[in-house]
Design a protein around this ligand. Sequence first.
Ligand code: NAD
Length: 264
Amino acid sequence: TSQLMVGKRGLIMGLANDKSIAWGIARSLADAGAELAFSYQGDALKKRVNPLAASVGSTLVLPCDVGDEASIDALFASLKDAWGSLDFIVHAIGFSDKNELRGRYVDTSRQNFLTTMDISVYSFTAVVKRAAAMMNHGGSALTLTYYGAEKVMPHYNVMGVAKAALEASVRYMAEDLGKDGIRVNAISAGTIKTLAASGIGDFRLIMKWNEYNSPLRRTVTQEEVGKSALYLLSDLGSAVTGEVLHVDAGYHVVGMKAVDAPDI
Ligand code: NAD
């Protein structure tokens, strides 16, 4: 393992269990020597997150519901007390009512539209603002997005609209914070079977479709997302900001179903 992250401290938001993309990222950062803090949503997840955090040597495990400003403030106040400064932040959080992750986008309710935008888009801006205030020597922020931001994917619906806004927010924050040496990027991950993904209609079929039609003829692993995250969060990515990096076995370049793919 490399020593790329030795002496760097960062916050990982969005760890739910060992299938989470946040976990693939956390492990690659810890392997490279980073010191990690974790935030989790609600008491139910605490007992899952605690042992995972402990296994990568982290003792800073803090609650945060990103729908609540006071909760975000409390998280960053605790971090400031414990560490004073911060080098990176990972936002691996998204939410939408799963009843609207099937059927038609046009049927999205106002309430779920607002909730989806709040939790999946605004929360990244809210946490980056606070993290940046603690990044005294520059820093790096990373969020997770999906191809459904760029092209229509079945059932992704309002989440695709939210991811498009999230990607735009990456670009605006890259400009705002670049002068302070803070980089802001996103990874557009291929489909991975996680808790959040299981809420999307026909997710198994979408996984198979990616496996048969991506240039690499497979899906991606959380470890592979972790490796690309290490690139963007470490000095290896020092000139990269405002970027949406596809870590999707190449799926995003394909314009037509592969001739060797089975009919599914
Ligand atoms: P996951 O279920 O493991 O993680 C989602 C996390 O969001 C959970 O930890 C959950 O607690 C957190 N969360 C939801 N609402 C929250 C709130 N109000 N406050 C705080 N935390 C909240 O699933 P995942 O697939 O690892 O998702 C992580 C990110 O990756 C999401 O942004 C998702 O859209 C994105 N992504 C996933 C895939 C995939 O195929 N799994 C592909 C591309 C992008």
